[in-house]
Ligand binder design. Structure first.
Ligand SMILES: Cc1cc2nc3c(=O)[nH]c(=O)nc-3n(C[C@H](O)[C@H](O)[C@H](O)COP(=O)(O)OP(=O)(O)OC[C@H]3O[C@@H](n4cnc5c(N)ncnc54)[C@H](O)[C@@H]3O)c2cc1C
Length: 76
């Protein structure tokens, strides 16, 4: 089992030897988040707790069909 504190930086997760060896997918995912500068500051707690990082979801005027924002499917 791997325990990671919420304020652990994404950069540290991506660089961790044990994560790379035993939880490779997590290390690879952390390494693909944002940019090196952001990964040097961003925490895993903040990444998981942030508002859905979805361009469609975050778009205010809801031009996109997003069920998370309660949009109803448009019938053809
Ligand atoms: C340019 C850019 C590109 C990005 N690209 C990606 C990407 O490709 N993939 C991706 O997944 N993310 C991406 N992100 C989002 C980024 O990963 C998050 O902004 C970052 O991880 C948030 O972590 P933070 O520590 O800065 O949290 P904060 O921004 O400080 O917090 C985010 C939210 O989480 C809450 N929070 C923070 N820590 C905790 C905690 N320990 N317990 C409970 N609540 C908490 C805060 O109150 C806030 O509501 C990108 C961000 C930027 C700026």
């Amino acid at each position: 089992m791997l325990k990671i504190g919420a304020t652990t930086r994404l950069a540290d997760i991506a660089a961790s030897e044990v994560v790379n060896k035993k939880f490779t997918a997590l290390a690879q995912a952390a390494l693909r988040v944002a940019t090196p500068h952001v990964r040097d500051m961003a925490t895993i707690g903040g990444n998981l707790a942030q508002l859905h990082r979805c361009w469609y979801f975050r778009k205010p005027e809801n031009r996109f069909f997003c069920t998370r924002k309660g949009a109803k499917p448009v019938s053809p």
